[in-house]
Design a protein around this ligand. Structure first.
Ligand code: URA
Length: 225
């Protein structure tokens, strides 16, 4: 029903009881289905797990509430009456596939570097990318701050006189990674859309809309295509 930070506050305020006793330790172990938990005297039950795929528009931040009053991804979930959190982040200027769920274990798995889940981005950059520059993206690029990216896959989609469009698949999730990789090879990103996570494609979800995912699609997120 709320984030970890908020629930820790509730617990320290003495609003939460487990089996009739107020607990103030947020690490207190609870067996769901066995222990009885109350918040402000109301009995809680475990929520059904829910998984959403949102096509995040640009200009929207991936956080809950924004100090500067910018729109957040939660503005696009107004008909949902369950708490969910975004799995990882997309920059404000990036659009495309964002997963939201209340399943923290699943979220951790999707984000964990060990899982090496591929994420594919459709990228438009300034200038014409040369073969040697693609090789750099594929083999690993020094993106500054002592960070070198791991192997990536690149597939050119088209080029005009001034721009190149390509798909880039990475298995890491460094901060602003795609933008930093493209800048490092001398081609600033002009447009960035995440189109796939694991084996799940954004497909035809309209910008600003979301769909609820069922079994096979949830499994697809954890696959390598
Ligand atoms: N890489 C970026 O640079 N930005 C994103 O939003 C996601 C990946």
């Amino acid at each position: 029903i709320a984030s970890r930070t908020t629930t820790k506050e509730w617990i320290s305020e003495g609003r939460v009881k487990v089996n009739g006793r107020v607990i103030r330790n947020p690490d207190h172990w609870v067996e769901t289905g066995k222990d009885v938990v109350h918040l402000d005297g109301r009995k809680l039950r475990t929520e059904k797990k829910i998984y959403l795929a949102l096509n995040k528009p640009t200009g929207v931040v991936t956080s809950h509430g924004d100090r500067d009053g910018r729109p957040t991804v939660y503005d696009y979930l107004d008909k949902l009456n369950q708490w969910v959190f975004p799995v990882g982040r997309l920059d404000m200027d990036t659009s495309g596939l964002l997963i939201l769920t209340n399943d923290t274990e699943f979220g951790d798995r999707l984000l964990s570097p060990e899982s090496k889940i591929p994420k594919t981005y459709y990228v438009k950059v300034a200038g014409l990318v040369q073969p040697a520059e693609y090789r750099q993206l594929e083999q690993g690029v020094d993106i500054g701050e002592d960070e070198v990216t791991g192997p990536a896959q690149v597939h050119e989609v088209r080029r005009s006189e001034k721009y190149t469009w390509f798909e880039l698949t990475i298995t890491e999730g460094r901060n602003r990674q795609v933008r930093r990789m493209c800048k490092a090879i001398g081609h600033p990103v002009l447009k960035l859309v995440r189109t796939r996570i694991g084996g799940y494609e954004l497909g035809k979800i309209a910008v600003g809309n979301y769909v609820k995912l069922a079994g096979p699609d949830i499994a697809r997120l954890l696959e390598s295509p």
